[in-house]
Design a binder for this molecule. Structure first.
Ligand SMILES: [Fe+2]
Length: 382
């Protein structure tokens, strides 16, 4: 891509191209949060506008300072000396305070700029500083530094203004997403508390299954977002049992057919309970599908093979593993060798073969030992 050397050589089409690049990056990487986008945007702007350096600061509400989030083209000494700036301090602090874009054509004579000698050493002679804010919130500032004293033309000023609005909108969106996610976690916590009220064994069982599923998922090198779903919501896999009477859940003997039919409703009941958040957290479908079998003989949907979401396949194995390591009123916990035999026997029938192999690896490397100990409980694997 062609570089833009002088303000007077600027073309609107080139500036639009920068915005287009940044927008495309934002669309593709929005799940990764704002830091990668800001790194990318900063490098793009500096490169294309032939600037010397730049940085982005965000306001930290706890210490009331503008902290350096990302910096490009500056020295370590500069980053250390200017890692935190107070509101109103230097140009960045002034721009944050006023909420107005600021251009300085000659930093040597600028009375607002703190440490002008440092700027000279860094070969910085002019700058533009853009507030990152929306109508509701001030987020921080973006600064772009140039090696030469220079004038800023109208196209550049408009460009920086649009750029500031764009980055602020993205920050606002990310903040809203984060807050929404926290709300979901709070909802999950409420549901977990309901579970605990229902039956203390159910909570400890659910927690162990979650931890086992987590070990399997990490060993499988699943993407971070899927692992996060297990961490945040894994404990909810049996939330549908909320509806089942304790006399059935804790029956000290085999269940009759009617009781089994009641037990088999819990994945659908669970899916209904979590349906308000399902639209936003699509991988939470493991609540609905954690009793499907790889050969299609499970419930409730009789899904087969890869039709079953990977998290559901993991929970099926983790759930069964947890059941086998637990004492029951009618049987003792199985030994590790018996568990391995059961897993191998059911690989390709009830369980995903790959996940069985991963679980066997975890057992052989003693990574599941913390779970393999005599437990007293009354939950069954259902
Ligand atoms: Fe279940």
């Amino acid at each position: 891509m062609q570089k833009i050397n002088k303000g007077l050589d600027l073309h609107s089409s080139e500036l639009l191209l920068v915005l287009d690049n940044i927008s495309e990056y934002a669309i593709q990487k929005s799940r990764k949060g704002y830091i990668p986008l800001f790194n990318f945007a900063l490098k793009e702007i500096i490169h294309l506008m032939d600037a010397k350096a730049g940085n982005i600061r965000l306001f930290d509400t706890s210490i009331k300072k503008l902290l350096l989030l990302t910096s490009y083209g500056t020295s370590r000494k500069y980053r250390k000396m200017k890692s935190a700036i107070g509101v109103g301090e230097s140009i960045a602090g002034y721009v944050f305070k006023t909420g107005k874009i600021y251009f300085s054509e000659n930093l040597k004579t600028n009375h607002l700029y703190a440490f002008p000698e440092l700027a000279l050493k860094e070969n910085i002679n002019s700058l533009v500083c853009i507030p990152l804010l929306t109508r509701e919130k001030k987020f921080g500032v973006l600064s772009i530094y140039y090696p030469e004293q220079r004038k800023f033309i109208k196209e550049e000023m408009n460009f920086f203004s649009i750029l500031g609005t764009f980055l602020s909108t993205f920050l606002s969106y990310q903040t809203a997403q984060y807050q929404l996610h926290q709300i979901y976690i709070n909802i999950a916590t409420i549901l977990i508390n309901i579970l605990e009220e229902k039956d203390k064994y159910m909570k400890s069982h659910s927690e162990r299954v979650k931890k086992i599923a987590l070990k399997i998922a990490i060993k499988m090198k699943l993407p971070k977002d899927k692992i996060q779903i297990i961490l945040d919501f894994g404990i909810l896999h049996d939330i549908g049992k909320f509806n089942i009477d304790n006399s059935i859940l804790n029956k000290p003997g085999p269940l009759n057919r009617d009781e089994w039919e009641i037990i088999k409703k819990h994945p659908l009941d669970g899916a209904r309970i979590i349906s308000p958040i399902e639209e936003y957290i699509k991988d939470i479908s493991f609540v609905k599908y954690h009793h499907e079998k790889i050969n299609g003989n499970g419930y409730p949907a009789k899904l087969k093979g890869a039709q079953i979401p990977v998290l559901a396949r993991i929970f099926t194995v983790a759930d069964a593993f947890e059941a086998m390591i637990s004492d029951r009123p009618y049987r003792k916990a199985l030994s590790p060798e018996q568990i391995k035999k059961e897993l191998i026997k059911n690989a390709g029938k009830q369980f995903d073969e790959t996940i069985v192999n991963i679980t066997l690896d975890l057992m052989n490397s003693e990574e599941l030992n913390e779970f393999i100990q005599p437990l007293t409980g009354s939950m069954r694997n259902n």
